[in-house]
Design a protein around this ligand. Structure first.
Ligand code: NDP
Length: 282
């Protein structure tokens, strides 16, 4: 306890010595949020709206997006528009970025957050599903980033990638999803190096989230694992804040940071704990 307490104090002190976040700094900023019809993406849209940003949101279900846009305008968004699109379709991916850049007259933040539905169970060997999920959860992220990069360079812009502790730690029951998150961390983590070496003014923030209480996540893990879920609106706020501060990484909740830090210290015990925590229902 003393060790973790001391470490936390040092890390908090280090954070305090950096630039501080003001919601005001996001007023009028032009933001594209993917996967914003529900869950964390929806909450991200509401926070940006409350801070007076100009937002384009996207997902597949038009009737849900319409409702989210309405709420964003009520909350104070300077502008809120939606475009329905399927990230499995490469033409849709391009169309979304073009729509946002045109209607917002530029782009400051690209928040990559969507995920395609994927079963939560032991892997059944379905390779087609892995390929499809790679397109939705991984290739479309790269495609959007590369398409938006020229505009982001003009505005000192930022790419925010919503990832997971499952992109850093191997676990059972969500193999295709986990593979896409490892791929994202590998790609965007390496891309951070290349942009820094080229002295690009575009920042990339990779967000490592633990279990968050979205409807989709709660439904999936029911009966498989018992652990506290943290609120989606707080996760969304931390994502926005880390992006605005141009942090290379963000962790929410606190345990994701320590899990990443100590992941490889005791691999045998780590794996035993993981296999104990997840219930197996043959
Ligand atoms: P949800 O399942 O609640 O939301 C997923 C979003 O993606 C929805 O808006 C959905 O809308 C959209 N979407 C699904 N398929 C497609 C598609 N083919 N094309 C375009 N959009 C699509 O997810 P969460 O809010 O729980 O998760 C958000 C992010 O947070 C993800 O990146 C996830 O990996 C990460 N995360 C979440 C955790 C959690 O416990 N919740 C834990 C760790 C990370 P629609 O159906 O209308 O298309």
């Amino acid at each position: 306890i003393l060790f973790f307490g001391g470490l936390s104090a040092v890390l908090i002190a280090l954070q305090w010595s950096g630039p501080s976040f003001t919601e005001e700094s996001l007023k009028g900023r032009r933001v594209l949020v993917t996967g914003a019809s529900t869950g964390i993406g929806e909450q991200v849209a509401y926070h940006y709206a409350r801070m007076g940003a100009q937002i384009v949101i996207t997902a597949r279900r038009e009737h849900v997006l319409k409702e989210v846009v309405k709420k964003c305008l009520d909350l104070g968004a300077q502008k809120a528009l939606y475009i329905s699109a399927d990230m499995a379709d490469t033409a849709d991916v391009s169309r979304v970025v073009e729509f946002a850049e045109e209607h917002l007259n530029g782009l400051d933040y690209l928040v990559l957050n969507h995920i395609g539905p994927s079963p939560y169970r032991m892997w059944d060997g379905d390779l087609d599903h892995v390929r499809w999920l790679m397109q939705v959860n991984f290739h479309s992220y790269l495609h959007m980033a590369v398409k938006a990069l020229p505009r982001l360079e003009k505005t000192n812009g930022s790419i925010i990638v919503v990832s997971s502790l499952l992109g850093k730690m191997c676990s059972p029951y969500a193999l295709p999803y986990i593979a896409t998150k490892f791929a994202l961390n590998g790609f965007f983590g390496s891309f951070q190096h290349e942009l820094a070496m080229k002295q690009s003014n575009v920042s990339i923030t990779i967000c490592t989230l633990g279990l968050i209480d979205t409807e989709a996540a709660m439904e999936k893990i029911k009966g498989y694992i018992d652990m506290p879920a943290y609120p989606a609106h707080e996760a969304a706020y931390q994502i926005i804040k880390a992006g605005a501060l141009r942090q290379s990484e963000a962790f929410y909740p606190w345990y994701t940071y320590y899990s990443t830090l100590f992941r490889d210290w005791f691999p045998y015990h780590r794996d035993q704990v993981i296999r104990m925590v997840y219930k197996y229902k043959p």
